[in-house]
Write a protein that binds this ligand. Sequence first.
Ligand SMILES: O=P(O)(O)OC[C@H]1O[C@H](OP(=O)(O)OP(=O)(O)O)[C@H](O)[C@@H]1O
Ligand SMILES: O=c1cc[nH]c(=O)[nH]1
Ligand SMILES: [Mg+2]
Length: 214
Amino acid sequence: MLKILNQSNSVANHFLYEMRHLEIQKDRAKFRNNLRRLGAVMAYEISRTLSYKKETVTTPLGTMEVDLLAEQPILVSILRAALPFSDGFLETFDQADVGFVGAYRKEEGEEIGVNFEYMATPSLDNKVVIIVDPMLATGKSIIESINHLLNNGKPSHIHIAAAVAAPEGIDYISRMLKVEHTIWTGALDEKLNSKSYIVPGLGDAGDLCFGPKL
Ligand SMILES: O=P(O)(O)OC[C@H]1O[C@H](OP(=O)(O)OP(=O)(O)O)[C@H](O)[C@@H]1O
Ligand SMILES: O=c1cc[nH]c(=O)[nH]1
Ligand SMILES: [Mg+2]
């Protein structure tokens, strides 16, 4: 299933506008903050699909039943660009366990490949897992990460959360990923360019958050 936030009116459009804007995006603090805010509202949207249980709360004036999350999801951040985005998710799911994956794209001739170097997560068995990565371009970073993550347990459901996605990446994930999943994205853009960057996209999210790397 694919859920696209900017298909309905929401303040998330403002965050994405500023993140895409050639001049505004140069303000690194603002870029990270918009990514964080987008993460918080996307997490809220995802929270509306989760399971809840009845709890009784006692106020100074009485008692009532409320619906609380049956279980916190597990967040998994793909370094680097996911760090501010997953901070936003943590604001919403503030008791969640967080796992980390180190994966980065590298050119392999004409193609893009992914270097996978690091993984630290709790058991994912029977858990709702939200994989947080702002850019879903070819989809290879997500698929490579999930292939490793499945060694740490089989989730009951995987949510993939992106700020901006390309149709090519969505197609790749639906062809390659056989476990139950939902893809959430702030926006579904037009295409990839010859370097596998999303067009119009926003550029390199990791560099915009933290500066260029060697
Ligand atoms: O869908 P894909 O084609 O795999 O591209 C998406 C990946 O590219 C970016 O990471 P990058 O490799 O630039 O690393 P960084 O976060 O360290 O900048 C982004 O954060 C995703 O992880
Ligand atoms: O457009 C893209 C594609 C991959 N990674 C990014 O940061 N941006
Ligand atoms: Mg990058």
